[in-house]
Design a protein around this ligand. Structure first.
Ligand SMILES: NC(=O)c1ccc[n+]([C@@H]2O[C@H](COP(=O)([O-])OP(=O)(O)OC[C@H]3O[C@@H](n4cnc5c(N)ncnc54)[C@H](OP(=O)(O)O)[C@@H]3O)[C@@H](O)[C@H]2O)c1
Length: 278
């Protein structure tokens, strides 16, 4: 979108401070949505030279957090939990009531963010995943009642980048495990299925395509047709058939249990990420 169009649409300049894995994924998703030009998205990290590929994609890149905040109305914080206090204290003098702060940082509460950033700044917490780069993220959002308008603003942005759900703040760590980490769990499941496919005769690229498209189809049945997983499974499991035999073999080996335990473990670890002794 050209700058004049951008201004007409009311879209604001966005600074993404801490442009690592999730920060750059958000930047690419925003640009791919067509609502923001890469030129209106400023990305920072201390080693800004590592953002060269993003600069070539026309994003503004810098190591200067303060200048980025000065030129943007929307500031996305995407550093690690233990880097957040220092970063917010650094930009605090530049933040004013016109700024909206969206933090994607795991485990740092809105109260803590407001304390570091200054009370006048509207603060929203988001938890998303790397599929945001292609507009297919699951993003959970929360904010304190005083930031209700900013929450709506954040929802409008993330709605353009996948699905959103507004949740209570006490569930943000659970959202980290299920949506943030969850994408890795499903990717590993697809990879494992493709390895099974190779063992039974497909070249690895064919097996990966078949596994990924089958996983996508399963997800679409739930999302688009609003089905329940078990009713869809019942349609596939012919009595004495090969699906139920394979599925039961997986369950005997702890398939559902492994996923549940993995998500619970990630949730427990997420709750300790911000503690100094971990
Ligand atoms: N990865 C995910 O899928 C995901 C999903 C949801 C939420 N999160 C959360 O998002 C945060 C970032 O995760 P990540 O995986 O993207 O980590 P990451 O790849 O390590 O990115 C963090 C970035 O912050 C930069 N940084 C650190 N201190 C900075 C400062 N003072 N000013 C500017 N930039 C600074 C680092 O680069 P330099 O060292 O060059 O400064 C690094 O590129 C974490 O809190 C994580 O829990 C991640």
């Amino acid at each position: 979108m050209r700058k004049d169009n951008l201004e007409r649409s009311g879209a604001k300049k966005i600074a993404i401070l801490g442009a690592g894995n999730i920060g750059t994924a958000i930047a690419r998703g925003l640009a791919a949505s067509g609502r923001w030009s890469p030129r209106d998205i400023i990305l920072t990290r201390r080693r800004a030279e590592l953002l060269e590929p993003l600069r070539k994609e026309n994003f503004a890149v810098s190591s200067d957090n303060r200048a980025a905040v000065e030129s943007a109305a929307l500031v996305i914080i995407a550093v690690g939990p233990r880097q957040t206090e220092e970063l917010l204290r650094e930009i605090r003098p530049l933040l004013n009531g016109g700024h909206t702060l969206i933090s994607i940082v795991t485990g740092v509460s809105t109260a803590q963010l407001s304390e570091w950033a200054g009370k006048k700044v509207k603060v929203v917490r988001a938890m998303s995943n790397t599929a945001i780069a292609i507009g297919s993220a699951m993003t959970c959002l929360c904010a304190s009642p005083e930031s209700a308008v900013a929450l709506e603003e954040a929802k409008t942005i993330f709605d353009a980048l996948g699905h959103t759900l507004v949740i209570s703040e006490e569930l943000m760590l659970s959202a980290t495990a299920l949506a943030g980490c969850g994408i890795a769990f499903f990717l590993r499941a697809i990879r494992a299925a493709s390895q099974g496919g190779t063992q039974i005769g497909f070249h690895s690229e064919e097996a990966l395509l078949m596994a990924a498209q089958t996983a996508k189809g399963a997800a679409e049945l739930l999302l688009r047709a609003q089905s329940h997983p078990e009713s869809e499974i019942d349609k596939v499991t012919t009595p004495r058939g090969c699906t139920i035999e394979g599925l039961n073999e997986m369950e005997h080996n702890g398939f559902s249990s492994a996923l549940i335990k993995g998500i619970v473990t990630s949730n427990e670890k997420a709750s300790r990420l911000f503690k100094k002794d971990e």
